[in-house]
Design a protein around this ligand. Structure first.
Ligand code: NDP
Ligand code: 8X3
Length: 245
C-alpha cells in the first residue's frame, strides 16, 4: 500500500511542487486549496483534490473528518497553505490583512493539524511538516504580522514536538528564505513590478528546491527527525541580508 501525504495549499508554489514530488515518489496525495479549477486539473487515481479554505474551522473538521477510509492513514502532513499580505509599517498596515494572515497561517494550521492528528495518533506514527520562514527567525522592517505568524509556526512546531512525543509523531519546521512563487504577487496584490523586484539581482530558491528538502526529511529512518531546518538561496544569509548583483 502506498504512503499517504496531505499537502495544504497545493494549487501553486511550494505546495504544488510538493504534490509533484511526493506523487513521483509513489505517494498517494491529498491536496487542498481554494481554487477549484486548479485542483480539478490535479485529479487522478493517486491524487485526491479537496476544495478547502483552511480558515474555515467547521469545513476543515467536516472535510478531513469524513475522508474516505482508504485515505485516512495519513503518513505525512505538509502544513503549507499560507500567505503574506502587504508590506507596510506597523502603524500603517491594514488590519484586515493582519487578520487574514493570522487566520490562515496560524489558525488554519491549527485546524488542519487537529483534524489530521486522530489518524496519526491511532497508528502511533506520523510526520507533520510546517512551513515557517526565515521571516520566522528574524523580524524585518514592515514584516510585522507576517513575521509574527511565522514565529508562531516555529513556536507551535516546538510545542507539537513536545506534546506529540508520546505518540511517536515527528514534527519538522522548514524555514525557507526567498522562493519565487506566486507569494509576492499575492503579497503585493497583483503589483507585478513590485513582486518581481523581490527577486531582482538574485537567483532565488524555486519551489522544487523546497519540495526536495521537504521530501528528504521524510526519507530518514524512523528514529531520526529533522526538527528545524532553514534553507536560503546562496545570495541570502537570513531574512535581512541579501547580496544582489
Ligand atoms: P503561493 O502563493 O505560490 O502558494 C500559496 C498556497 O497557499 C496556494 O496554493 C494557496 O491556494 C494556498 N492558500 C492560501 N490561503 C489559503 C487558504 N485560506 N486556504 C487554503 N489554502 C490557502 O506561495 P508559496 O508557495 O511561496 O507559499 C507556501 C508557503 O510557504 C506559505 O506558508 C508561505 O508563507 C511559505 N513561505 C514562502 C516563501 C517564499 O518566499 N515564497 C518563503 C518562506 C515561506 P489557494 O489560493 O488556491 O487557496
Ligand atoms: C517569505 C520570505 O522574506 O519574503 O516567508 O518574508 S520573506
Amino acid at each position: 500500500m502506498n504512503k499517504i501525504v496531505l499537502v495544504t495549499g497545493g494549487t501553486s508554489g511550494i505546495g504544488a511542487a510538493c504534490v509533484q514530488k511526493f506523487a513521483s515518489e509513489g505517494y498517494d496525495v491529498i491536496v487542498t486549496g481554494r481554487r477549484a479549477d486548479r485542483l480539478e486539473a490535479l485529479k487522478g487515481d493517486h491524487i485526491l483534490p479537496l476544495v478547502l479554505d483552511v480558515r474555515d474551522k467547521q469545513a476543515v473538521a467536516d472535510t478531513l473528518g469524513s475522508l474516505p477510509p482508504e485515505w485516512r492513514n495519513i503518513d505525512v502532513l505538509v502544513n503549507n497553505a499560507g500567505l503574506a499580505l502587504g508590506r507596510d509599517f506597523f502603524d500603517e498596515a491594514s488590519m484586515d490583512d493582519w487578520e487574514t494572515m493570522i487566520d490562515t497561517n496560524v489558525k488554519g494550521l491549527l485546524y488542519v493539524t487537529r483534524a489530521v492528528l486522530p489518524f496519526m495518533t491511532a497508528r502511533g506514527k506520523g510526520h507533520i511538516i510546517n512551513l515557517g520562514s526565515t521571516a520566522g527567525k528574524e523580524v524585518y522592517e514592515k514584516g510585522n504580522v507576517y513575521c509574527a505568524t511565522k514565529f508562531s509556526v516555529g513556536a507551535l512546531s516546538q510545542a507539537m514536538r513536545i506534546d506529540l512525543l508520546r505518540h511517536g509523531i515527528k514534527v519538522t519546521a522548514i524555514h525557507p528564505g526567498a522562493v519565487e512563487t506566486e507569494f509576492s504577487m499575492v503579497r503585493f496584490k497583483g503589483d507585478k513590478a513590485t513582486a518581481d523586484s523581490v527577486y531582482t539581482g538574485i537567483e532565488p530558491l524555486v519551489a522544487e528546491d523546497v519540495a526536495d528538502v521537504i521530501y528528504y526529511t521524510t526519507t530518514l529512518p524512523a528514529h531520526v527527525c529533522i526538527n528545524d531546518l532553514v534553507l536560503t538561496c546562496t545570495q541570502q544569509a537570513n531574512s535581512m541580508y541579501m547580496y544582489r548583483k
